[in-house]
Design a protein. Structure first.
Length: 82
């Protein structure tokens, strides 16, 4: 039976369609039984999908805007904690 520590490697192979039928069934069964691994697999699928749909690289202005928004959000969160 598959263990949680085996899921990341198996998930990677499964997403690349490089897993045997037997290992795929073991992974699916484990994911049905373990909510943490189920969440991990869902996030791995979303990440793989986002990677393939990433499009063009962000411009320097876009990166700067996102970084500034992160800094502003961090300042706002820190000021609310005080």
């Amino acid at each position: 039976m598959l263990k949680c520590r085996d899921v990341p490697a198996e998930a990677s192979l499964a997403l690349d369609n490089e897993l045997s039928r037997r290992r795929t069934m073991a992974l699916r069964f484990h994911i049905l039984m373990c909510r943490h691994c189920h969440r991990y697999m869902r996030q791995a699928r979303l990440l793989a999908q986002a990677w393939t749909n990433r499009g063009e690289a962000a411009s320097e202005d876009e990166v700067n805007n996102v970084m500034q928004a992160c800094r502003d959000n961090a300042r706002k969160t820190n000021s609310e904690d005080v």
